[in-house]
Write a protein that binds this ligand. Structure first.
Ligand code: FMN
Length: 202
């Protein structure tokens, strides 16, 4: 069975525009098993030296608190491993990704677990997956140098081995009501197109 990891990162939870587009895409795939993780509703702590130290410590040397940190990270990684499809709701906040998503990325980037170092550089270990990213913005950035968000998310996913990534943008949501409606309608058309069975199989 197809397993989808639905990651939302809007501070508005399921009501975020990015979350709604992601949910609409998933609704086009009724047979799939869906694992949901709402990073806005259940934010992870920032990665600090204490938490990162838990990842570096040998298992037998970890304190009870460090064991807890590793268990949390392991659970997030198990969700990623179980999924063949990742659907990410990606708002733009202050030119970047939500800090909740950054914390999530910081907790799933684990040397020896989701990537490993080789003499040719790092190699991602989460291969064979496809990601769909629903990017919502108040302004217009797509295809311009100011869109550092797209490159960052692509680079991060590729670092973990997830290189097959489709972006669907809904931009100009804060420009006017007309711009918002038009942009959301275009994004919905694109997501339906991407969800067609022949596209999924490709
Ligand atoms: C705190 C905050 C910061 C924002 N910063 C930007 C920004 O830098 N550029 C932009 O185009 N839109 C910005 N917006 C608008 C959001 O990108 C837009 O409302 C989008 O729909 C958010 O996605 P969401 O509804 O899924 O949370 C910001 C919105 C908020 C709440």
């Amino acid at each position: 069975m197809n397993t989808i990891l639905h990651l939302n990162s809007s501070i508005y939870g399921e009501n975020g525009q990015s979350s709604r587009l992601a949910a609409e895409f998933i609704a086009q795939r009724p047979g799939a098993r869906v694992i949901r993780r709402g990073l806005g509703a259940q934010p992870l702590p920032h990665l600090d030296a204490e938490r990162f130290g838990a990842f570096l410590a040998m298992p037998e040397a970890r304190t009870p608190a460090q064991r807890q940190v590793v268990q949390e990270s392991d659970a997030l990684i198990a969700e990623l491993k179980a999924a063949d499809t990742i659907v990410l709701g990606l708002p733009m906040y202050n030119f970047g990704v939500p800090s909740q998503l950054k914390s999530y990325f910081d907790h799933v980037a684990r040397a020896g677990v989701t990537f490993r170092y080789t003499d040719k550089g790092p190699v991602g270990l989460l291969t064979g997956k496809k990601a769909y990213v629903f990017a919502t913005r108040g302004g217009l950035y797509q295809g311009t140098a100011r869109d550092t968000q797209t490159a960052y998310v692509r680079d991060f996913l590729a670092f973990l081995g997830i290189t097959d990534v489709e972006f669907v943008y809904a931009e100009g949501l804060a420009i006017s009501e007309a711009s918002k409606e038009e942009s959301l309608a275009r994004a919905r058309g694109m997501l339906r197109e991407l969800a067609r069975p022949e596209k999924i199989a490709a």
